[in-house]
Design a protein. Sequence first.
Length: 365
Amino acid sequence: MDASQDPEVTAAPVVAPGADVDPRASVGPGTRVWHLAQLREDAVVGADCVVGRGAYLGPGVRVGDRCKIQNHALVYEPAVLEDGAFVGPAAVLTNDLHPRAVNPDGTPKAAADWEAVGVTVRAGASVGARAVCVAPVVVGRWALVAAGAVVTRDVPDHALVAGVPARRVGWVGRTGERLVPDGPGRWHCPVTGEAFVEGPGGLRPTAAADDAGPTHTAVPRRGRPHPPERPRGATAVPDDLAARVRALLAGTAGAGEPAGPRDPGEPADPDEVSDRPMFGGVSFFLGDAMIASARGSGDLLVRVASERHDELAARPGAAPSRMGGRTMGRGWLTIDAAAVATDEALADWLALARDGAPERHRPAR
């Protein structure tokens, strides 16, 4: 049904006085176009969208319903944004694979001298701030392009891509949260509990007929998007995780046993392994350097060598650590509970954490 016929969509579009909307452009009901935005001829914007300050939509660009195009984003024709797509601040969707100002003979290029190619952003997908999508590419349904990424090839549905050029570093659900592995080729969203299965064409929601894996319940979200609401305090840490970390570190400590809790003001032996309540969990130290933390969520915070950060962050179940809604420095990774479910996997990450300690705290080899 056309958005203008939907009984729930009745509000007229709101166009700021300073916006430049061509009379031949179409703006759907409930859509807001902010100051200094420009909508060129024949651009079509659906219902309940937001076109931010200074954004540009080229001639003939098609935007579905409930899309957000943030401040100073540049969307060049013939781009297509499906329903619920998000284009972040200062992101660019290009349209010329071989840009030139002049022809080989030095004459200025005219419209007839090149062929515009477009970017398609599928339903629910997001393109982060200052990212560039180099046409022709397709950003798959519910995919997430990280801020500053440069996309040069198609992005699969539900993929999380980052870097220059962009590559897949994980999977995300419809909330935008990174998916948690359940086993080979199986994933779930930690917020909604929705399950997914990985196939040759990418990720898809698990159908009832092929769902032989575990089921999950939704986790309530906090006011901020990262992380989901979780129990706080050292008492919330699963006893088995803290005990397993303590036992494994005891097996590799120079003294043979961890020292246990230590007064924060007490000088540390560089070879001593100790622990104390911190960061909503139990943190473990090598000398006075924190190397790991068993957290209330059941996942593990580890400190790895900074030069190996990108390599190790690409492992299944690993992600750059966040605290207070911000990404921590290089070398800090959060390992999902499922990725350290076995003692062998946990011991591997703890060994990497010991190697990631500052040089004066690293055990002799």
